[in-house]
Design a protein around this ligand. Structure first.
Ligand code: ZN
Length: 463
């Protein structure tokens, strides 16, 4: 992965009017979030949510330390003021102010003098990537530790070291933020990003910033669903949200957990536990047209907060979107996941992928043919594009597919996956056919009652 801007970045950074482009805006927000020292609870998360509140407006929920949530307990807040190591000559060999990853996240405090042999047990490095600082956490075990470049670690001289981690765990609150874009119904589309990682650009400043921009994009649109954006610390945040929203989770018809949305890999979509939810089929349709490196993975009970939303007691239709899949790129959970690793171009592309899936879900409907016996005469209605016998374009094929599958059992999304034609082409064709009186929209209630037979179609129009 190159640290130079990807081709096209420059031309996307400004529009003709001089205002920052979509990608440049997302990158700027990513960059603003990057330096903050976050953890699962404490001032870093709050500072992050304050920035999002300024951008899109957030409802904040503060849940007291010690609150039982499902099988877990809301943890104490963590804050770190300074952390450093001095070698036997008094030279500073590690300093938190150089990089937030230098201290193990959620580390206990320590102030001590100790020999190198003992200190080594508390320093984490990556031997096979000697030039990067690893990201390590110790949320559920009391211990202290530092992280550093293996190359620097190997040069530490023998002798007695002085170490300091001025950190504090204290009773307070776990904080999460929500932003809601209301739609015509209270059926919800959940978009969820973890906000607990410090100074990792792709994972997940990028995901947070993409969702913030998406909330702006959706604002003011006429939407069938209500869009709920959830910014919460990983695992414990999603668990806390689920525990506090037991009475409303059944409103969620679609959902996406996002992370790692700024690099040049993928895109990668991981299906929900259900595997055939509408979001799974919509993302499959979007990724079919997203280039040769697009990948779709089946659900596994590992990853990000889809693990919680897809636990069997909820089994929500929530998939996960990333560019490169977590753990699959060398920069993952290291200091190399910095602002040069994410680009405006890829951030904008990620925003557009999610928006396309939303537009499919918003624009999907079930056409029911008013003329299911034999093909209707399209030419007579001005719908047939070309002379008989000449190869037809997508437009005509779309008309034929829609009429053929308009038996009340196929939505436009079903038709897209069966025909291989783009959803937008089929939606346009269905619109023309409806206008020409050849189709009706099957009411949602009829769809839920199960398959309908064509004999229940409305009477044929007079010829
Ligand atoms: Zn991560």
């Amino acid at each position: 992965m190159s640290s130079t801007p990807a081709p096209g970045d420059e031309c996307r950074s400004r529009t003709k009017t001089g205002t920052p482009s979509l990608g440049a805006r997302i990158h700027a927000l990513t960059a603003e979030l990057y330096p903050i020292c976050r953890s699962i609870a404490g001032p870093g998360v709050r500072q992050t949510l304050e920035i999002l509140d300024r951008e899109i407006g957030l409802g904040l929920t503060e849940v007291p330390t010690g609150t039982p949530v499902l099988d877990w307990t809301v943890p104490r807040e963590w804050m770190v003021r300074e952390a450093w190591i001095r070698d036997p000559s008094g030279r500073l060999v590690l300093d938190l102010s150089d990089h937030n990853l230098h201290v193990m996240n959620y580390s206990t405090a320590i102030r001590a003098r100790l020999p190198l042999g003992e200190l080594r047990q508390h320093i984490h490095t990556l031997e096979d990537q000697p030039d990067v600082i690893p990201y390590r956490t110790t949320y559920y075990e009391d211990r202290w530790g530092f992280c550093m470049r293996h190359r620097d670690f190997m040069q530490l001289p023998e002798g007695e070291y002085e170490v300091c981690i001025d950190a504090e765990h204290r009773d307070g609150h776990l904080t999460y933020g929500e932003h809601v874009v209301p739609g015509l119904s209270d059926r919800e589309f959940l978009l969820s990003a973890h906000v607990c990682h410090p100074s990792l650009a792709n994972d997940n400043c990028a995901g947070i910033a993409v969702l913030a921009e998406l909330a702006k994009t959706l604002k003011g649109r006429r939407l069938r669903h209500t869009y709920r954006f959830l910014f919460a610390p990983g695992t414990i945040g999603a668990i806390t949200w689920l525990a506090l929203n037991e009475d409303r989770v059944d409103r969620i018809d679609h959902g996406l957990v996002v992370s790692c949305l700024g690099d040049g890999g993928g895109p990668t979509y991981k299906r929900s536990r259900r595997g055939d939810a509408t979001i799974d089929r919509a993302m499959q349709e979007v990724l079919r047209h997203a280039g040769p490196t697009a990948r779709i993975l089946d659900f596994v009970p590992y990853g990000y907060d889809e693990r919680q939303y897809c636990s069997p007691g909820y089994d929500l239709p929530v998939g996960s979107l990333q560019r490169s899949a977590y753990g699959s790129f060398p920069e993952y959970h290291t200091s190399a996941d910095d602002l040069t690793f994410v680009s405006a171009k890829h951030l904008a592309a990620s925003h557009d992928l999610i928006l396309q899936a939303i537009e499919i879900i918003e624009g999907d409907w079930v056409p029911l043919s008013r003329m299911p016996r034999g093909e209707p005469q399209l030419g007579r209605r001005g719908l047939y594009g070309a002379v008989g016998g000449v190869a037809q374009g997508d437009g005509t094929m779309a008309l034929l597919w829609v009429m053929n599958l308009a038996d009340g059992r196929h939505s436009l999304l079903d038709m897209a996956s069966r025909s291989g034609l783009p959803f937008s082409t089929l939606a346009a064709a269905a619109g023309r056919l409806r206008k020409a009186g050849l189709l009706d929209e099957l009411e949602d209630t009829q769809v839920q009652q199960g398959p309908v037979t064509v004999t229940s179609a409305p009477p044929l129009p007079r010829q």
